[in-house]
Write a protein that binds this ligand. Sequence first.
Ligand SMILES: Cc1cc2nc3c(=O)[nH]c(=O)nc-3n(C[C@H](O)[C@H](O)[C@H](O)COP(=O)(O)OP(=O)(O)OC[C@H]3O[C@@H](n4cnc5c(N)ncnc54)[C@H](O)[C@@H]3O)c2cc1C
Ligand code: FES
Length: 250
Amino acid sequence: MDRLTLPTATRIAAIEIDNYRTKTFVLDARLDALPGQFVMAWLPRFDEKPFSLVSADPVTLMITAVGPFTTLVHQLAVGDRLWIRGPFGRGFDVASDQQRQALVGGGYGVAPLYWLAQQQAAKAAAIHVVIGARTKRDVLYAERFARQVPPVTLHITTEDGTAGTRGVVTDALEPLLASRQIDGVYACGPHGMLAALERLGTEHGVPCQLSWEAYMRCAIGICGACEHEGHVLCMDGPVLRTLQGMVAPA
Ligand SMILES: Cc1cc2nc3c(=O)[nH]c(=O)nc-3n(C[C@H](O)[C@H](O)[C@H](O)COP(=O)(O)OP(=O)(O)OC[C@H]3O[C@@H](n4cnc5c(N)ncnc54)[C@H](O)[C@@H]3O)c2cc1C
Ligand code: FES
């Protein structure tokens, strides 16, 4: 399957428990997509919500239970159906001159970066992965990144200091930028985190690509749910070069 314009039934082939409120669902489907793009997942007569692709082959989604839809998805079992359409949006566009990369994820923002890290592993000279979370039990995908071959350098920050360094992702990234170890920053997480990263990137002259996962409904530029400053993030994003001017990667 290249691209699904209508919700299409898939079967859940495997489920992994990532933490107390996050599971990874592997579906029996394959898409033509890029890291940073997303799909809409649908449960008939209930709702439809966006999720980043952790992989397109097979389609894999990391889903944190935060409300009605995600709680219902968490009740599904292997063999159950989940409908998807997509992929949508613009993904990360890694420039060949950005050989030393920092991939920075907050919360479930880690999902698209795991795929990006795998894609870049063989191409990049060095990959630093910064995972930010509130507490130790909120840290996502640390074991997966730690198992990656060739290896990435992993930095974990937690707000309460229960895992990794106490603080936020910018605390781990700043010294890497200041010591000129990074050519490009790729990030996904809450808007406040992205804004702080953008400021830091500008300060150190390092380009950033920021995935802004704003509220979305239609994913095809019609409903306006994701509109900001005249741009629709479902099509012009979610990956942007700047939050201020809303510029997407070329
Ligand atoms: C492009 C994109 C990619 C996403 N990727 C993932 C992913 O990989 N894994 C994952 O678990 N979730 C992801 N999300 C978020 C997910 O779509 C929402 O959490 C979804 O609304 C959950 O539905 P719900 O009915 O369970 O909870 P809801 O009732 O919809 O939301 C629960 C709470 O989360 C808040 N919320 C919901 N969506 C957003 C948002 N976009 N920004 C800020 N706050 C929000 C609501 O205000 C509410 O307080 C992504 C969102 C977008 C736009
Ligand atoms: S989600 Fe409808 S316009 Fe973007």
